[in-house]
Design a protein around this ligand. Structure first.
Ligand SMILES: C[S@@+](CC[C@H](N)C(=O)[O-])C[C@H]1O[C@@H](n2cnc3c(N)ncnc32)[C@H](O)[C@@H]1O
Length: 408
């Protein structure tokens, strides 16, 4: 037997522990000069099927890949056959195996009873009952830069982590069960995806928690740099065929096909009328679900700044409020979202306006949560909309965009 080589009985014990009951995690760390290379393997459930997730960390770069058992067996043979000094820690529900190969090539193995390992292998926040804790999200959080190497949430990313967690809480429950064709691909578009924190979190949530077998998510953003970064993250997380990104304006995006069908549209803080465009696209794509948290809204403010051209009743009642720019800005945000909610209702969507995250986390904490399925063009909804619109004598951007469908 060569130096550094594990003997056959030890190799067999490793195989049996990894592919037997109660396997939790294997980590092998190899030191090369000053640098270290680490590979870990853990079981994960993807679309209800058991897979093996390998995470490779080499000079600070993380790569994640999911394997079926056959490929995981080949990968494990490479781990076992690795040359040089290294540490291997294998964790199972019944106990641990520690293997140390010294610089001189001596192999030492020891076994220990199961350990309390919450802090060792899970992010600190896993103890809380949140969507990102409902599945093994460690690799995701690391790849997104939300968690550090030890699995702790970075202080600078705490706000984003909370925002994503709270957003995911509003993914409707039972979406897998409600599908008419459970085998069909569930298609989502994230409009104005930016660095795609939500896009990836939503993908893994839909697959691992909502129980959807086939999910395809498109992230659209007009910034080339964020799309390039999101594509690299998709490669690193081994989901690039299911989570795809396109550079461009939401208005010009199509998931393909003459009459594209999209199941869900999400947008998180898409600027100004980009939120309206996301809503309009969702209507045209006949999306059943929409989760949209609007951002800055300038469009209506421009009209409302001209107090003199408001109808007399609005001018008299609202002059004091509209004169102050901060009050006007906040009021126009509320008015814009009121128009949006009413338009969605007219078009057949049940629309709730909720605060999806605490206002301490972001002042932009409103979400329009819509589900298609009520009678469209109800007289009461149209009357409410027209009364509000005509009181201020404005034409909301979304009404102009969807004029052909609204027929007001
Ligand atoms: C405030 S960022 C939010 C990013 C991401 N949704 C998040 O919450 O982390 C808004 C993003 O929307 C993109 N955006 C704004 N208007 C857009 C449009 N009309 N079409 C495509 N992308 C747009 C911007 O480039 C930017 O990346």
């Amino acid at each position: 037997m060569e130096k550094f080589e594990l003997d056959e009985s030890l190799a067999e014990e490793i195989r049996a522990r990894v592919f037997g009951e109660g396997f939790m995690k294997l980590v092998q760390s190899v030191r090369r000069g000053g640098a270290s290379f680490k590979i870990s393997l853990r079981p994960v459930l993807i679309g209800g099927r058991k897979r093996f997730q390998a995470e490779m960390v080499d000079e600070g770069q993380t790569q994640v890949k999911n394997f079926d058992e056959k490929d995981a067996r080949d990968g494990l043979e490479e781990i076992i056959a690795q040359k040089g000094a290294r540490e291997l820690h294998l964790i199972t529900a019944t106990g641990d195996l520690h293997v140390r190969v010294t610089k001189k090539g001596r192999v030492m193995a020891s076994r220990s009873a199961p350990m309390e390992r919450k802090t060792a292998i899970q992010p600190h926040d896993r103890v809380k009952n949140t969507p990102l804790n409902a599945f093994d999200s460690l690799a995701l959080l690391r790849a997104l830069g939300i968690a550090d190497g030890s699995g702790a949430i970075r202080a600078s990313m705490r706000g984003k982590y909370d925002q994503i967690n709270e957003f995911l809480k509003h993914v409707p429950s039972g979406i897998a069960e409600k599908r008419r064709d459970p085998g069909a691909v569930f298609t989502v578009v994230d409009c104005g995806c930016g660095k795609a924190y939500l896009t990836f979190a939503l993908y893994f949530h839909l697959v691992n928690v909502a129980g959807l077998e086939k999910v395809k998510i498109y992230g659209v953003d007009r910034r080339e740099d964020v799309i390039a970064a999101a594509r690299a993250t998709a490669q690193a997380l081994d989901c690039a065929s299911d989570v795809v990104f396109e550079v461009g304006d939401i208005a010009g995006f199509s998931p393909g096909g003459a009459k594209p069908i999209v199941d869900m549209v999400v947008s998180l803080h898409a600027c100004d009328t980009a939120t309206d465009e996301a809503l309009a696209k969702a209507v045209e794509w006949r999306a059943r679900y929409i989760l949209s948290a609007p951002c800055c809204q300038h469009e209506l403010q421009k009209d409302m700044a001209d107090i003199a051209s408001r109808p007399v009743q609005a001018r008299e009642a609202f002059a004091g409020l509209l004169r102050q720019s901060i009050l006007r800005e906040r009021f126009c945000d509320i008015l814009t979202d009121s128009f949006r909610a009413l338009i969605m209702r007219i078009l057949g969507f049940k629309c709730q306006v909720i605060e999806f995250v605490s206002s301490d986390a972001t002042a932009r904490n409103i979400m329009l949560k819509c589900e298609y399925g009520i009678a469209p063009r109800q007289g009461a909804a149209i009357a409410e909309y027209l009364a509000l619109r005509d009181f201020f004598n404005v034409t909301p951007w979304l009404e102009k965009r969807l004029a052909a469908l609204l027929k007001l």
